[in-house]
Design a protein around this ligand. Sequence first.
Ligand SMILES: [Zn+2]
Length: 189
Amino acid sequence: MQKRMGPVAPLTRGLGAPCRRPIGGVAVPPRGLTAPFIADVMLGRLARWLRLLGFDTLYSTDITDRELLRIARQEGRTILTRDTHFVGGCASNIAGGRASCIFIKSDDVFEQMKEVLSAIGPGVPDVMRCLKCNGILEPVTDKAGVEGSVPEYVYRNFNRFSRCALCGNIYWEGSHFRDFRERLRKALG
Ligand SMILES: [Zn+2]
């Protein structure tokens, strides 16, 4: 049985929350993949939305700053943080050429997303990722295969589904996701 949850539910412990995520269909041109991200504990919602847009984003509520820095250095991940003190730590790592850092100013997740996309330049990956585990989503070719794994009304009313290649979570396209992605595209011109 797949766990299900709306697209903006808060992250829980571990790498993500039980989730459900809309599927693509938004005509954002594929561009070069950016460096992967790792978000600090204050940026759970941003991490989820970055995954929705296909960005490789690690997030955990159970991680120390030291550990976060270590992973960023080892995996070449850009750190997303709201912690001004932490930015100082990032700076010393940037000097070593091993990690970079984006300081997020806004409380609003939409504005936060704009901050990230402005910092890294234009480009949205042409893949989508699981909110729960950051795995890449693959289209479900046989709709009957998800019957029983999603609510009945969803099965009846949606025809496009995706499945996480890592954890098997099922996603379908929802208006909330479409609206957010559209707003983002417009805001970024
Ligand atoms: Zn997954």
